[in-house]
Design a protein around this ligand. Structure first.
Ligand SMILES: *Cc1c(COP(=O)(O)O)cnc(C)c1O
Length: 386
C-alpha cells in the first residue's frame, strides 16, 4: 500500500533520540527549549511553546486568549475535529464559516457576511481559527482586517503549514494573528511522533501557555503570591494540564527541522508533477492562491462528477483496491454526530459539503518516488476512466 502520508526517519534522527535517552533528562530538560527556539526562529516568531500535541496547542492557545463559557469560536467545517473541539474544552461555543470553493480554506467573504449578521444579533465571535488546509495559507491579511473591525482574536491552525509562506512571510510569524499552532504528528511536515507547538510574538500569551501546559505551576518568584517558603517551593497559580513535550520528542523535532526546506521543496516537486500528469483527467487539481506558497502537506483533487460515469465512492474504492492509500480530508465537522447533537445539520455549509462529495487526497510525502507517483496516477486514470 502506498500511504497518503508518512514520516521520514533517518539515522541522524535516531542518533539524536538515543543521545537524549542516555542523558540525565528524558522528559522536560534542556532540549525542549532548544526546539522551541529553533521552530520560533525558523518561522519568525518571538516565542515557541512546545506541547504534547497540536490539539493541546490549540487548547492552551484558546485558554491564553481568555476563551471560556459564554464565548464563541468560529472555524472552518473542512478541518480536523480538533480545530473546533478546542473551544468546547474551554466551555465555549463553536460555529463554522463556509469554505472558499477554489482554495477550500475558510472564505473571507463568507466570514465578512457572517460577522455583519452576527454584529446585528450581538453574537460576534471571540476567536476565529483559520485553518491552512493542505499547507496553503488562508487569506490572513483580510481575516486580520476583519479582526480589527470586529474585535476578535485569531489563532492560525497551521498544523499542515509548517514551511509554508504567505505574502513572502513564513507561516507562523504571526503578523496577522495572535497565535499560530503547529502539529508534529507523523503525517505532518515534520514529526516528533506526537507533539505540537504554539508560537506567538506576545510575551504574556507565551507565559500563560507555558503555565497551562504544566498544571498551572510556577517556580518564578515574580509570579508568586508571596515569597517562597524555601528552595523546594512552587505555586499553582492557575488550572493547567500535563501537556508537556518530552526531550526525546524535542530531539527528534530538532533533527527533523533541519530538513524542513528539503521536505517542502520535494513536496513542491511532487505537486507540480501531479499537476502535469493529471492535466488530461477529469479531475480538478488544487489551485494555488498567488499570495500563498504552500507546504503541500496534502494534494487534494476533486472529481468532476458531472463529467465522469463513476461515483466518488467507486473511484475511492477502486484506488484502495489498487493499494493506493487515498484518504479524504475532511468529513465536514458540522456533520459529525457529536456536532449534530449541538444543532448543526447537513445543508448548513453547502460549499464544504460539495467539497466533501468530490475530494480525494492522493498520496503525498517527501520520500515518495516518481515510480510510486506513476502508480498512483495510473490507478486514478483506471478508476476514473476505466
Ligand atoms: C493534525 C491536526 C490537528 C491536531 O494535531 P495533533 O497533533 O494530531 O493533535 C489539528 N488541526 C489540524 C488541521 C490537523 O491536521
Amino acid at each position: 500500500m502506498i500511504p497518503y502520508g508518512r514520516q521520514d526517519i533517518r539515522q541522524e534522527d535516531i542518533d539524536a533520540v538515543v543521545e537524549v535517552l542516555q542523558s540525565d533528562f528524558i522528559t522536560q530538560g534542556p532540549v525542549v527549549p532548544r526546539f522551541e527556539e529553533a521552530v520560533a526562529s525558523k518561522v519568525g516568531a518571538r516565542y515557541g511553546v512546545a506541547v504534547n500535541s497540536g490539539t493541546s496547542a490549540l487548547h492552551v492557545a484558546c485558554l491564553a486568549l481568555g476563551l471560556g463559557p459564554g464565548n464563541r469560536l468560529w472555524t472552518s467545517p473542512i478541518t480536523f475535529v480538533a480545530s473546533a473541539n478546542c473551544a468546547i474544552y474551554c466551555g465555549a461555543q463553536v460555529d463554522f464559516v463556509d469554505i472558499d470553493p477554489v482554495t477550500y480554506n475558510l472564505s473571507p467573504e463568507a466570514l465578512e457576511k457572517k460577522l455583519s449578521d452576527a454584529d446585528e444579533k450581538s453574537c460576534l465571535p471571540d476567536i476565529v481559527v483559520p485553518v491552512h488546509l493542505c499547507g496553503q495559507s488562508c487569506e490572513m491579511k483580510r481575516i486580520h482586517e476583519l479582526s480589527q473591525s470586529y474585535g476578535f482574536k485569531v489563532i492560525e491552525d497551521a498544523s499542515h503549514a509548517l514551511g509554508g509562506r504567505y505574502r513572502d512571510f513564513p507561516v507562523g510569524c504571526c503578523r496577522y494573528s495572535d497565535i499560530t499552532v503547529f502539529s508534529f504528528h507523523p503525517v505532518k511536515i515534520i514529526t516528533t511522533a506526537e507533539g505540537g507547538m504554539a508560537v506567538t510574538n506576545d510575551a504574556a500569551l507565551a507565559g500563560k501557555m507555558q503555565l497551562l501546559r504544566s498544571h498551572g505551576i510556577t517556580r518564578d518568584p515574580e509570579l508568586m503570591t508571596h515569597a517562597a517558603d524555601g528552595p523546594w517551593y512552587y505555586q499553582q497559580i492557575d488550572l493547567g494540564y500535563n501537556y508537556r513535550m518530552t526531550d526525546i520528542q524535542a530531539a527528534l523535532g530538532i533533527s527533523q527541522l533541519n530538513r524542513l526546506d528539503e521536505y517542502v521543496t520535494r513536496r513542491h516537486e511532487i505537486a507540480e508533477r501531479y499537476d502535469r500528469l493529471l492535466s488530461d483527467l477529469l479531475v480538478t487539481v488544487p489551485l494555488q492562491h498567488p499570495d500563498a506558497y504552500s507546504s503541500w502537506h496534502l494534494y487534494v483533487i476533486r472529481l468532476q462528477l458531472g463529467a465522469i460515469t463513476k461515483s466518488h465512492r467507486e473511484v475511492f474504492e477502486s484506488m484502495r483496491e489498487s493499494d493506493i492509500g487515498v484518504n479524504l480530508h475532511y468529513i465536514p465537522v458540522h456533520t459529525q454526530p457529536w456536532y449534530e447533537r449541538m444543532g448543526f445539520k447537513k445543508g448548513d455549509y453547502p460549499e464544504a459539503e460539495q467539497y466533501y462529495a468530490e475530494a480525494i487526497s492522493l498520496p503525498m510525502y517527501p520520500t515518495m518516488t516518481d515510480e510510486q507517483q506513476d502508480q498512483v496516477v495510473d490507478a486514478l486514470r483506471g478508476a476514473v476512466v476505466g
